[in-house]
Design a protein around this ligand. Structure first.
Ligand SMILES: [Zn+2]
Ligand SMILES: [Zn+2]
Length: 370
């Protein structure tokens, strides 16, 4: 079996949450140590790994980033190499991203290219975010590339298709965590309580007015409340309610507006329902902004060798945006032909043929074209 596909199957068995990718990191290090050492140097950072492969001239340094974390999703693919970690799955294809990096890395170690190539195996993309601490760490200076590439699997495209665009590819994203405190009591005596469920319902609906009423309709943004919790049984008024959600905006300035309106609406709910609300925002993921020159160079190359699609921007959040804020580069979608399942679904089953395809393509690109 192709080395990188073998790597993918091994990684698929051991999905781990952000900053707890201990087995994944050990697996990556074992692989790197098995390569001829003369050109390779590496360092660990948290549960991630920096690797440099010295080139023949080393005039420049090209970067490739792979995110390595899994998701708290119970796998339902029935694959013979399915997750051995109950409740966790590589449901966003980061096993594929990591195996592509290992395959490309081994290939470049065996047959060096002109430039140095650095690989960033990055933890915690799904949260709380590993890209920002990784590039802010002093180690990053030792590995700093002049140009960076990253990819994400795209189930909706066939194998052999690559999609991207110049400028904003993915949205700015920020999580929001809300806890509503009231007063519980008997369901028959609501006037003696402070019902957090009614306040929660009003808050959910009011939050949905932000995108339609407070953001310029020519701009794209989204607020999704994905998790709602409250109460213990049908005849007890809930004294506490929780909401977890995410805000997305293609225009970074709109993210500030979204945050400001969430704050104002929360204060309004407190005043009108007599509840107390604790509001927390998660780390902000910056927009993924592709450098137009890099996209132009890469897409011209892809068009000669495969199928290139100029796609629309998506509301997906990706902490690779932190890296592209610092280093010019680009992210692209890699077709994995799994249109019946989407990302973050328990049945996601990318076509592994995409792995040798993109390793070959990137190797060719780094070797002759970049
Ligand atoms: Zn994901
Ligand atoms: Zn992902």
């Amino acid at each position: 079996m192709e080395y990188a596909i073998e790597m993918r199957r091994e990684l698929h068995k051991i999905p781990e949450p952000g900053f707890k990718e201990f087995k994944t990191q050990a697996f990556i290090l074992d692989q790197i140590r098995s390569y001829p050492e003369n050109r390779v140097s590496y360092d660990t950072f948290e549960t991630g790994v920096f690797v440099r492969v010295k080139g023949l001239t080393g005039n420049r340094t090209i970067g490739y980033r792979a995110d390595i974390d899994g998701l708290p999703i119970e796998e339902a693919t029935g694959l013979p190499f399915c997750s051995e970690h109950p409740g966790f799955m590589h449901a966003c294809g980061h096993d594929v991203h990591t195996s592509i990096a290992l395959g490309l890395l081994r290939r470049i170690v065996e047959l060096p290219v002109m430039d140095d190539v650095v690989f960033l195996f990055q933890p915690a993309e799904e949260g709380p975010g590993g890209a920002e601490p990784m590039i802010k760490s002093p180690l990053f200076e030792k590995y700093r590339p002049s140009e960076m590439y990253g990819l994400h699997v795209a189930p909706e495209y066939p194998v052999g298709t690559i999609a991207s665009r110049p400028g904003v590819l993915f949205a700015s994203a920020r999580e929001v965590h809300i806890t509503i405190y009231g007063q519980s009591g008997h369901a028959a005596f609501p006037h003696l309580t402070i019902d957090t469920v009614v306040a929660q319902a009003a808050l959910i609906m009011q939050l949905q007015t932000i995108v339609s009423r407070s953001i310029n309709p020519m701009n794209c943004s989204v607020i999704t409340i994905g998790k709602v919790e409250a109460g213990i049984r049908e005849n007890v008024i809930a004294g506490r309610a929780l909401l977890d959600g995410t805000m997305r905006a293609l225009n970074g300035n709109d993210m500030e507006k979204l945050e400001q309106r969430v704050r104002e609406i929360v204060r309004g709910i407190e005043a009108s329902f007599g509840v107390k609300i604790d509001l927390q925002f998660g780390n902000r993921y910056y927009e993924v902004v592709n450098d137009p020159n890099v996209v132009n160079k890469f897409s011209s190359f892809v068009k000669m060798n495969a199928n290139y699609v100029e796609c629309d921007a998506a509301m997906t959040g990706e902490d690779f945006g932190f890296m592209l804020k610092e280093i010019p580069g680009m992210m692209f979608w890699l077709g994995v032909n799994n249109a019946t399942s989407g990302l973050h679904q328990p049945t996601l089953n990318p076509d592994e043929e995409a792995i040798p395809f993109i390793i070959h393509l990137l190797d060719h690109y780094f070797r002759e074209y970049v």
